[in-house]
Design a protein around this ligand. Structure first.
Ligand code: PLP
Length: 468
């Protein structure tokens, strides 16, 4: 009998060898690869459209199709990727994913694979310890920051509000990431229950504005229950005043959830810890290892000070799981999370941590903070640009200054297009106070000083051309 779904060892080795040799040459070529290569990508997408074939084909053909499709992209893995929030994608984590998927282990209920669950639990404990959370704290690895924010808001809602929760109001700054307001909406809150608190000129949440919003809502008979500061906003990397917000949360008995999806791992560095004072008082924190730990897309994390509250919000028993014991010293992660079956994502954090050690991550993050400084100082030297905010982390927003010949928003858009046309760096933009602003963000493990110097040269030349 021939079982095509169970290839021979030789066929599997051939597939593995071919995939690995592609990956090695891809990674070797990254420094010289164009920062985007999407010119004919839509045509290719249309060409590839097709239904599932009745009969299978060769692995080489399938791999070639993937290789072609994966080349018509914005180069998110390359050193020039400074758009949105980069991550990079560690090779060691890709190997972990291969092993995890190849063995297909189930880790969301501990009795299925106790020692593997211990490995993932060590990762979660490491994250809790990073913020000096107490022994009763618990956490989960999610698919990303958005899902972590969602579970956090649901947990806060269940802990602080009655079943009928529509009088509950939550507080974010107007710079908050959209995943937080989406989380609140998915958790059942009308948009009108989300207060977007004003910011200071540094684009940090204004604590006095927070206090007055709370006063107004309380006197209107509403039930403020949660405040969500950011430890690194996506727009500018600003860190909200966490200590002062923690004071307000304590006085007002609010759940404090910190969205540290972008900035969280800077807590490994001395500069990060200085900026994040107060984060250790949070009730819960979102982290994104696929950003600050440079892992491939697909792993976020939520840590919660009182783990029982996370469990209360997510636990749901089932008769068909009765053979599997409840947790003892090992957690049943499924009881703390919306997910039951999922990938063994703990391995993609555990393996790189064990292989490289925490110091390698700390040094890389320190390097990114240094590079942001270099970029900030360098941009300030370029005539005609304004660099309005000193970076708290590694995002350095800039734009064409007012007073140039033409509309600054249009000129900044032209500047962005011209910089990106170099294909050596890829930057993205945002709107801040009605102004079109370019916001390079340095967070790939592959971005080093040479690329930042090059980005500065390209920006200076592009600005000179546009403003001449
Ligand atoms: C501050 C912040 N919060 C949340 C998210 C959402 O995370 P994810 O894209 O992993 O779902 C992001 C993503 O960029 C972010 O920057």
């Amino acid at each position: 009998m021939n079982y095509p779904l169970e290839p021979s060892p030789g066929a599997m080795r051939a597939m593995g060898d071919a995939a690995l040799s592609f990956l090695l040459s891809f990674l070797e070529g990254l420094p010289e690869a164009p920062s985007f290569n999407t010119e004919s990508a839509r045509e290719l997408a249309r060409e590839l459209r097709g239904s599932a074939p009745e009969d299978g084909g060769s692995f080489d053909d399938v791999l070639q199709t993937f290789v072609l499709a994966a080349s018509k992209v914005n180069e998110t893995a390359g050193p020039g990727y400074l758009a949105y929030i980069p991550g990079g994608g560690l090779f060691s984590a890709a190997v972990a994913d291969f092993l995890a998927a190849g063995t297909n282990r189930f880790v969301n209920l501990w009795a299925q694979a106790p020692a593997l669950v211990q490995m993932e639990n060590d990762v979660v404990r490491w994250l809790c310890d990073l913020f000096a959370f107490p022994p009763g704290s618990r956490g989960i690895l999610t698919s990303g920051g958005s899902l972590a924010n969602f579970s956090a808001v649901v947990t806060a809602r269940k802990d602080r509000l009655p079943e009928d929760f529509l009088k509950g109001t939550l507080y974010v700054s107007h710079q908050v990431h959209a995943s937080v307001t989406k989380a609140a909406s998915l958790a059942g809150f009308p948009l009108g229950n989300i207060r977007r608190v004003a910011c200071t000129p540094e684009l940090r949440m204004d604590v006095e504005a927070l206090r007055s919003a709370l006063r107004a809502d309380r006197s209107a008979g509403l039930q403020p229950f949660c405040v969500i500061p950011s430890a690194g906003t996506t727009n500018t990397g600003a860190v909200d005043p966490l200590e002062a917000i923690a004071d307000v949360a304590a006085e007002e008995e609010l759940w404090m959830h910190v969205d540290a999806a972008y900035g969280g791992f800077f807590h490994l560095t001395e500069r990060g810890r200085e900026r994040f004072v107060g984060i250790e008082r949070a009730d819960s924190i979102t982290l994104d290892p696929h950003k600050g730990m440079f892992l491939p897309y697909g792993v976020g994390a939520l840590v919660v000070r009182d783990g029982e509250k996370l469990r209360d919000a997510h636990y749901s028993g089932a008769a068909y799981l009765q053979d599997l014991p409840g947790e003892d010293e090992l957690p049943n992660f499924a009881e703390y999370s919306p997910e039951l079956s999922r990938d063994f994502r703990g391995l993609r954090v555990w393996l790189p941590l064990k292989l490289h050690g925490v110091s390698a991550f700390r040094e890389a993050l320190d390097e990114k903070l240094d590079l942001a400084r270099v970029l900030y100082e360098g941009l300030r030297e370029i005539p005609g640009l304004e660099v309005p905010w000193e970076p708290d982390l590694t995002t350095v927003p800039f734009r064409v200054a007012e007073g140039a010949d033409g509309d600054p928003n249009t000129l900044t858009q032209q500047l962005l297009d011209r910089i990106n046309a170099s294909k050596r760096v890829f930057l993205s933009s945002t709107m801040l106070d009605g102004r079109f602003t370019i916001r390079p963000c340095i967070l790939s493990h592959r971005t080093h000083r040479d690329r930042i110097d090059e980005a500065l040269d390209i920006t200076a030349k592009s600005a000179a051309e546009i403003l001449s």
